[in-house]
Structures are given as structure tokens and as C-alpha cells.
Design a protein around this ligand. Structure first.
Ligand SMILES: [Zn+2]
Length: 259
């Protein structure tokens, strides 16, 4: 299989901090087909800017059901119907209640369009924290994220490629033992960092990361979901990265290779 490559389609927080897209990623060489993690409201615009054709996508894995992580799916639906006709199903996997929430999202945006006959479906599959499955030929394990209240469940998604490379997405989560356990041994950890310090709600901050980075066993760390405040402080933050830690701050449209 080809080398694994991650393209940042969006690196901003829910508020499109510093004019960046909602955080989501396009990954090649992980599964049998290109896949994405999350698809927020600005995702289709981001794909256009990155020159990525959504018809190449085999599927999308969703960390949680907030609008900055799934709000772009109605636009992907109409793109696949009217603009770039899609003739194969698109696999979707994510936490409960994925199918019900997507139905409501599509109806809120485009009424009964979702009931009309079309040439593809979103083939939805729910995954719970603690479960392991196969997604488009890649291994996928879900861990609990600390971010939402029941019945919603936010997930940390850990993928393993057929070559044994691990790439872990924290989605949105406070810093927890589960998050650190999920990150252990990752070749690439794509993690959220929504603010400089608490209070920041159920999110990770730069102060949280400074505390755990020295003991984190991950090959590379990409911090994303960045607020405007955090991006404005990047020159200082870069000087504070602990020695020996391979860490980057994400920006829209950049590509990382995982050797
Ligand atoms: Zn969220």
C-alpha cells in the first residue's frame, strides 16, 4: 500500500477561529480508499480549496455529532445528487444516534429531498466506545471522549492501517486517561487544542498538553481545532514545545506524510 498522507481540510474550532475551516481531515494510504475524519459545515468548501474530489472518498468517520464535525453532510448530499453525481454508497461510521441525527440534519436543510430516489446512500454504521471494527479495510477502535452528555456520545477514533501504522484522532475531548491511553504508540496523534488555558469547557488546552507531552508515546503530534486566540499566540507556543517532542500546529490545506 502507498505511503500514508493526511491533508488538513480544516484546522479551526467551532467558531472558524482565525478564518480557518472546521477541523476535518482527508487521509490516503490508511484504508482501501481515501477517507475523511469529520465533515463540518465548511468541509465541502475546504475540499474545493484543497482540490480534492469527493467522489474519490470511500467513507467518512465521525468523532461526534456537533455541527462543526457533521454539519457539512447535507451539502455533500446535494453535491452528490446535483453537481458531481455519485453512483456508489458512501460509508459513514460514528457514534449514536448517527443515522437519526443525519436524517434530521438533511431534513432541516433540504426538506424531503432525502426521501427521493437517488443513485447513492449514506451507508451509516454506529460504533460505541470500546468497540473495534473494520472500516474500509483499516482497523478502527473507538475510545470514549469527555465532551458530550447522553444520549450523545463523543469518540476518540484510533485507526490501524494494513501496514500497522496507527493514527489517532481525539475529536473534541477534555484531557482524560482514556485519551492518553488511546494516544499511546500512535505514529500520528491528531489532537484538539481549543484554547490556551481553562476554562475551555470539555476541551483540551495548551496548558493540558504541556503537562502530558513529555510522557506521551506518539511519533508525531498534530494539534488542531485551534481557536483564534491560540493561533495568535503560536510564536510563543512553538518556543514552549518540550525538547524531543515532534509537534506541529495544524493549518488548513497542509499535508503530513507518515513514513
Ligand atoms: Zn464538539
Amino acid at each position: 500500500m502507498e505511503e500514508m498522507k493526511l491533508t488538513v481540510i480544516g484546522s479551526g474550532d467551532a467558531f472558524n477561529g482565525a478564518g480557518r475551516g472546521h477541523s476535518c481531515y482527508w487521509i490516503e494510504g490508511l484504508a482501501e480508499r481515501p477517507l475523511m475524519v469529520d465533515f463540518g459545515a465548511t468541509a465541502l468548501m475546504g475540499l474545493g480549496r484543497a482540490g480534492m474530489d469527493p467522489l474519490r472518498l470511500g467513507g467518512i468517520a465521525v468523532t461526534h455529532l456537533h455541527g462543526d464535525h457533521v454539519g457539512g453532510l447535507p451539502f455533500l448530499l446535494i453535491d452528490g445528487i446535483f453537481r458531481r453525481p455519485r453512483h456508489e454508497d458512501l460509508a459513514l461510521i460514528g457514534p449514536q444516534p448517527l443515522e437519526e441525527r443525519l436524517d434530521a440534519l438533511h431534513r432541516a436543510h433540504y426538506g424531503d429531498l432525502i426521501d427521493r430516489k437517488r443513485s447513492f446512500e449514506f451507508a451509516c454504521r454506529e460504533i460505541r466506545a470500546g468497540e473495534e471494527t473494520d472500516f474500509l479495510g483499516a482497523g478502527l477502535r473507538a475510545w470514549p471522549a469527555e465532551h458530550m452528555d447522553p444520549p450523545d456520545e463523543a469518540l476518540i477514533l484510533a485507526f490501524t492501517s494494513s501496514r500497522g501504522k496507527r493514527i489517532v484522532f481525539t475529536g473534541d475531548s477534555a484531557m482524560t486517561k482514556d485519551l492518553l491511553d488511546a494516544a499511546r504508540g500512535a505514529d500520528l496523534l491528531v489532537a484538539e487544542c481549543s484554547g490556551l488555558a481553562h476554562p475551555a469547557g470539555r476541551h483540551c488546552t495548551w496548558e493540558d498538553w504541556l503537562e502530558v507531552l513529555p510522557g506521551l508515546d506518539a511519533g508525531q503530534v498534530l494539534l488542531s481545532h485551534l481557536s483564534a486566540e491560540l493561533r495568535a499566540a503560536l510564536p510563543r507556543l512553538k518556543s514552549e514545545i518540550p525538547p524531543g517532542v515532534r509537534l506541529r500546529f495544524a493549518d488548513d490545506l497542509e499535508t503530513l506524510r507518515i513514513p
